[in-house]
Design a protein around this ligand. Structure first.
Ligand SMILES: [Zn+2]
Length: 316
């Protein structure tokens, strides 16, 4: 078919119009996404994080091998339910462990809640932190574990809370996980990361918070977050850097790659991308009875929680 020459300008004009409309649509979608992210981040609250940390500290002891470890997991499950997650559940796994000369054969628990993805329900972003704690000394009766790691668990709870409050509907599923038995060998995260098919979800990436509330400076002028990445997650870390500059008071650093010492590592080992969010300054009191909420900086912690929430929302 031969086009009449007089039609060519009309076709060009219509093509240009369609191009403009599609650009406008993309701009509108980006603006709506940014507005949603800002409204989520506005709701992230330092007092809410502090209250969750104090609540966990006041449990007295969250040592994973203690007799009452199931009660601790059930309290966390109830907490997820209280903020609107009817699907919160205990994900059990068996361990055998010799610790400080004693042998344990136990059932342990991760605590999981989720928001189903609207477009990709079988694909999941995981945000997690361990809820158990430990002391370096042999007396394990009182272990506050505020920074390590009530702070990371509180981050998970806070993101879950604000996403529910804002009726956030992610494209892929978001799984909120409080991991058990990290201090005794990354046992909860290892079990979950090696068997995600139990949940029929493909893991897009995992964000781990461990010790995110220690910052001696009250002024936010020089606040840094250490984002540890893995061989397969450098790009994701760069994305986090960009979002940190846009949405938080934090500068970012990365002083370690392929870190083996927290719950992000088993995800990397199983082929998933993961980032490990960590306070820049190392808390001097971790694994001691002085790791208490009054030593934490919750305004600083809030900024890390905002960054993780922004990354989850931006990728969805
Ligand atoms: Zn820890």
């Amino acid at each position: 078919m031969k086009l009449s020459r007089s039609l060519i300008p009309v076709i060009l004009f219509l093509s240009f119009l369609i191009f403009l409309i599609s650009c406008q649509k993309e701009d509108n979608e980006e603006a709506a996404k940014e507005a949603m992210i800002r409204s989520l981040l506005n709701d992230i609250n330092a007092d809410s994080i502090r209250n969750d940390v104090i609540w966990m500290q006041n449990m007295g002891n969250r040592f994973s091998l203690a007799d009452d470890h199931r009660d601790v997991a059930k309290k966390l499950m109830k907490k997820f339910q209280d903020i609107g997650y009817d699907n919160a559940c205990l994900d059990s796994f068996n361990i055998t462990k010799t610790f400080r000369g004693a042998y344990y054969a136990q059932v342990q628990y991760n605590v999981i809640a989720s928001i189903e993805g609207s477009d990709y329900p079988d694909s999941a972003c995981v945000v997690g932190g361990h809820y158990d704690n430990i002391l370096s000394t042999s007396d394990l009766t009182i272990i506050p574990g505020a920074n390590d790691n009530a702070s990371g668990t509180a981050a998970v709870l806070e993101i879950a809370r604000v996403m529910k409050k804002n009726n956030f509907r992610p494209k892929s599923t978001i799984m909120f996980i409080a991991f058990g038995a990290e201090e005794t060998g990354l046992l909860g995260s290892s079990d979950f990361a090696s068997n995600p098919n139990g949940f029929s979800q493909k893991i897009r990436f995992m964000l781990n918070s461990d010790m995110i509330a220690y910052e001696p400076s009250v002024s936010d002028a020089n606040w840094y977050v250490n984002i540890l990445d893995y061989d397969n997650s450098h790009t994701l870390r760069h994305d986090a850097d960009v979002l940190s500059a846009r949405y938080t008071l934090l500068s970012t650093v990365n002083d370690n790659t392929n870190n083996t010492r927290s719950d992000s590592y088993p995800f990397f080992v199983n082929g998933y991308r993961a980032l490990f969010f960590f306070s820049y300054d190392i808390a001097p009191n971790y694994h001691t009875v002085n790791d208490v909420a009054s030593e934490c900086n919750f305004n600083y912690c809030r900024e890390i929680v905002k960054l993780e929430c922004a990354l989850l929302a931006d990728k969805n």
